[in-house]
Ligand binder design. Structure first.
Ligand SMILES: NC(=O)c1ccc[n+]([C@@H]2O[C@H](COP(=O)([O-])OP(=O)(O)OC[C@H]3O[C@@H](n4cnc5c(N)ncnc54)[C@H](O)[C@@H]3O)[C@@H](O)[C@H]2O)c1
Ligand SMILES: O=P([O-])([O-])O[C@@H]1[C@@H](O)[C@H](O)[C@@H](O)[C@H](O)[C@@H]1O
Length: 539
């Protein structure tokens, strides 16, 4: 059978995707929010504080207000998700998971029957506070997915590429992640899915991956033909399934870092020229990013390598194309970013983090190669930087906890990564606190919901536009604009958040979730989530 990107699934009605009118769980009653059949138009006052430091070292804090007009397109589009590395553990698991949810499957396990769910997805599995009940004064919480008219993952059409030509059903077996009783129920559908051939530049991933590489586009280094082939693949997939848009995610192997070379990948024009010239320092993931940007498809990097070389970022900005990354934040690092945030914001001086894990999946096999491990070591190490730098009471400038990251490949444990962490801290009056964690992360079952969240949020951002209103709040004649090309709003799902050039990186997990929550709330005219609950204190 010729390899082709196969439709994953239709919508919940199992046939065509009905872009139904949004069914609102709530409406905002405000003069600043106007609903039409097609749009939500909001006038939002953004309040923050500007700080200046005097010669005497003292600060002046000045509250400021900026009025924005936000416009949300309410029409939920038909969306395709194309995965690079579709035949991998994550790719097969997320595909089987969406099929199981769409069909409402239940399967037998040793602990009894289990039913499909989206646990681990912040969009599908968590809630946010809408407000306080006007009568009882109790909190009213709604599913996160209902704050804006978002795509439902059951309706995603899935396809993608892999250097391994194995069908999704056989690749699902190879992954060894899901229960046989579940695999049995999705096998027929997944047997019909086969990844498109992909580009393979051996020097960028571990040599131990070579035996999988049997589904290749000819050529072993970047070239225009590769960019054009991937662009055609995206167009063909979109046309074949009558999609409104396609979002591309890299869930292929971790690559080594690419050297940043002036004249090669430092600007958009140089990068395009380097690809045309077949420069061997342009990675497959950067080629996919360039192709996606040129095709207007948001591109998200779920791995730690520096896919977004400066030239790729500049190209995305030039084309107003969305990019996001890097490296899904699934288990050990997600825990780390929450625990470090808690310790340091509690005034406890974290002085050492020992972060070890072993795992036996193909990702672990690829990471057993030093250059690929180095990419992961960077993303797993930098996650504490902002929290440490923000606390000058505990840490002098440049001071930070010792931090070591170790990853070992142990085939026997498969996808069930064992993470062992020790957090060592100084506490009151010379005391110490030692926290030891043993955290078994079923890696692909933790990463798959993130792949879904990244697609849902990136797609939602493509239907939100803004413009600054005049100081008195009156509408201006300025055109509506997209958010910046680099979607830093995705940071909650990522270890090493990519941010617009010159803007700060936030890794603190609570701040990341707050940004995601409050930007979406602002788009329907709601104030940021505040836990002040003055209504419960001032009466
Ligand atoms: N919890 C997690 O699973 C987790 C968390 C964070 C990051 N990640 C990252 O996600 C990526 C995928 O993880 P995984 O467990 O699915 O790995 P995997 O090795 O099972 O899957 C990767 C797939 O990519 C394919 N591939 C490699 N190079 C390719 C190319 N140039 N084009 C197309 N396909 C290519 C491989 O054949 C393989 O099928 C890895 O980079 C990993 O580091 C995973
Ligand atoms: O997100 P997280 O659990 O900290 O990080 C994981 C690492 O611990 C693991 O070794 C690696 O194979 C996965 O790709 C993932 O990056």
């Amino acid at each position: 059978m010729a390899p082709h990107a196969e439709v994953g699934m239709g919508s919940s009605n199992g046939v065509g995707y009905a872009a139904a009118a949004p069914k609102d769980l709530f409406k905002v009653d405000s003069p600043n929010v106007v609903y039409s059949d097609t749009e939500i138009n909001t006038k939002y006052t953004y309040r923050t504080t500007k700080v200046t430091k005097g010669d005497d070292g003292k600060y002046t804090a000045t509250p400021t207000e900026t009025v924005y007009d936000f416009k949300v397109d309410r029409k939920v589009p038909k969306v395709g998700m194309m995965l690079v590395g579709w035949g991998g553990n994550n790719g097969t698991t997320v595909t089987a998971g969406i099929i199981a949810n769409r069909r409402g499957l239940t399967w037998d396990t040793r602990e009894g029957p289990r039913t499909a769910n989206y646990y681990g997805s912040v969009i599908m599995g968590s809630t946010m506070k809408l407000g306080t009940d006007a009568r009882t004064n109790e909190e009213v919480n709604i599913p996160f997915h209902d704050i804006l008219p978002m795509v439902h993952p059951n309706d995603l059409v899935i396809g993608g590429w892999d250097i391994s030509g194995m069908s999704l059903a056989d690749a699902m077996d190879r992954a060894g992640v899901l229960e046989p009783t579940l695999k049995y129920q999705v096998r027929k559908e997944m047997a019909e899915m086969r990844p498109l051939p992909s580009i393979y530049y051996p020097d960028f991933i571990a040599a131990n991956q070579e035996d999988r590489a049997d589904n290749l586009i000819p050529g072993s280094k970047a070239c225009n033909a590769h960019v054009e082939q991937i662009r055609r693949d995206i167009r063909d997939f979109k046309a074949a399934h009558a999609l409104d848009k396609v979002i591309v995610q890299w869930t292929a192997n971790t690559e080594r870092y690419a050297d940043i070379i002036p004249g090669v990948n430092d600007t958009a024009d140089n990068l395009l020229r380097a690809i045309e010239a077949g420069h061997d320092e342009v990675s497959p993931s950067t080629v996919f990013a360039v192709a996606s940007i040129l095709e207007g498809a948001p591109f998200i990097n779920g791995s730690p390598q520096n896919t977004f070389v400066p030239g790729a970022i500049e190209l995305a900005e030039r084309h107003s194309a969305f990019i996001g990354g890097d490296d899904f934040k699934s288990g050990q690092t997600k825990m780390k970013s929450a625990l470090v945030d808690f310790l340091i914001s509690a005034g406890i001086k974290l002085t050492s983090i020992a972060s070890y894990n072993h795992l036996g999946n193909n990702d672990g096999k690829n990471l057993s190669s030093q250059k690929q491990f180095r990419s992961k070591e960077i993303s797993k190490s930098n996650v504490v930087d902002d929290m440490v730098a923000a606390n000058s009471v505990l840490y002098k400038p440049g001071e930070h906890p010792d931090h070591t990251v170790v990853i070992k490949y142990m085939p026997a444990v498969g996808d069930n990564k064992r993470a062992l962490d020790e957090y060592y801290a100084e506490i009151f009056m010379g005391g110490h606190q030692t926290i030891s964690l043993f955290n078994v992360c079923e890696d692909s079952l933790l990463a798959s919901p993130l792949i879904i969240d990244l697609v849902l949020v990136a797609e939602m951002m493509s239907r939100i536009q803004w413009k600054a209103a005049s100081s008195d709040g009156a509408a201006t004649t300025k055109e509506f604009k997209n958010f910046h090309s680099v979607l830093s709003i995705l940071s909650y799902m990522l270890k090493a958040p990519l941010t617009p050039p010159g803007t700060p990186v936030v890794n603190a997990l609570a701040k990341q979730r707050g940004a995601l929550t409050n930007i979406f709330r602002a788009c329907v005219g709601l104030e940021p989530e505040s836990d002040m609950t003055l209504e419960h204190k001032l009466f």
